[in-house]
Design a protein around this ligand. Structure first.
Ligand code: HPA
Length: 279
């Protein structure tokens, strides 16, 4: 939990200054895309102008999750200037919510207006054939450590932010349109956030299903909460890499998640590129 609001804000602004000084003459992008497990190849479609290692940005946590490289890329995707985060931070790595969301605060303070979050997730329901894509329309996170607990930093947003439309309605519609034009099947639904690193039990999945979730994963939601707190518009895509625990008799593995996410990366790249183009 943040206890020193002024100190945290200063840390965020110091990271912003560092990034501004390393943009290689580019303007500050208004869009940030976060590449989840196995989805790194989207960065290859980006005409890169600058690359900053997370480890060089003052105050930035370091990325330890498999498939998360730990680099901030600045470049053009579909003719628009973007930040690309190659790797994010998770609760299961040992980070506190304010570390996981530190980059979101930095992006918000830099002037980013659109955040595109991607992740790998387990599919809740018998009718998934992984890999499949889901456009996240809402989330469930009340089992998780609250992101905004502690003193509110007014520079970020209000004490009690509304969560009725965390995922932007126009972006959801645009994502569906882009998918349709590309002939990519995509569903809309609720993502359940779990803290990990252990996968869920079949009983937990049955519980999440009865609550209305169609997919489950260990990322995205803390960032979405921080971004919505700052008024940043969010689009979020899950790649269903496996059936959630207990849906079939198959055991779950981190290696399978990365491999199957890799199989979907072409579709995911095409979809995100088209979405950015049509923003
Ligand atoms: N559960 C949680 N996180 C995940 C899963 C899952 O089944 N698949 C990919 N990330």
């Amino acid at each position: 939990m943040i206890t020193d609001s002024a100190g945290y804000l200063k840390k965020v602004d110091t990271a912003c200054d560092y990034i501004r000084q390393h943009l290689s003459g580019c303007e500050v992008p208004k869009i940030c895309i976060v590449l989840g497990s196995g989805l790194g190849p989207l960065a290859d479609l980006c005409e890169e102008s600058a690359e900053i290692l997370y480890s060089d940005i003052p105050g930035f946590p370091s990325s330890t999750a498999p498939g998360h490289e730990g680099k901030l890329i600045i470049g053009e995707l579909s003719g628009k200037l973007v930040f690309m985060m190659k790797g994010r931070f998770h609760y299961y790595e040992g980070y506190a919510p304010e570390d996981i969301t530190f980059y979101v605060r930095v992006m918000g303070r830099l002037g980013v207006e659109t955040l595109v979050l991607t992740n790998a997730a387990g599919g809740i329901g018998e009718d998934f054939t992984p890999p499949e894509l889901i456009s996240i329309e809402d989330h469930i996170s009340f089992m998780a450590e609250p992101v905004l607990r502690g003193p509110n930093i007014e520079e970020f947003g209000p004490r009690f932010p509304d969560q009725s439309y965390v995922y932007d309605r126009e972006y959801l519609a645009l994502m569906s349109e882009c998918a349709e034009r590309l002939g990519i099947r995509i569903r809309k639904g609720v993502y359940a956030y779990t803290k990990g690193p252990q996968y869920e039990t079949p009983a937990e999945i049955r519980a999440l299903r009865s609550l209305g979730a169609i997919c489950v994963g260990m990322s995205t939601v803390p960032e979405a909460i921080a971004a919505s707190h700052m008024g940043i518009r969010i689009a979020a895509l899950s790649c269903v890499t496996n059936m959630a625990a207990g849906i079939t008799s198959a055991k779950l593995s981190g290696e399978e998640v990365i491999e199957v996410a890799g199989q979907a990366s072409e579709k995911m790249c095409a979809l995100v590129s088209s979405f950015i183009k049509n923003l």
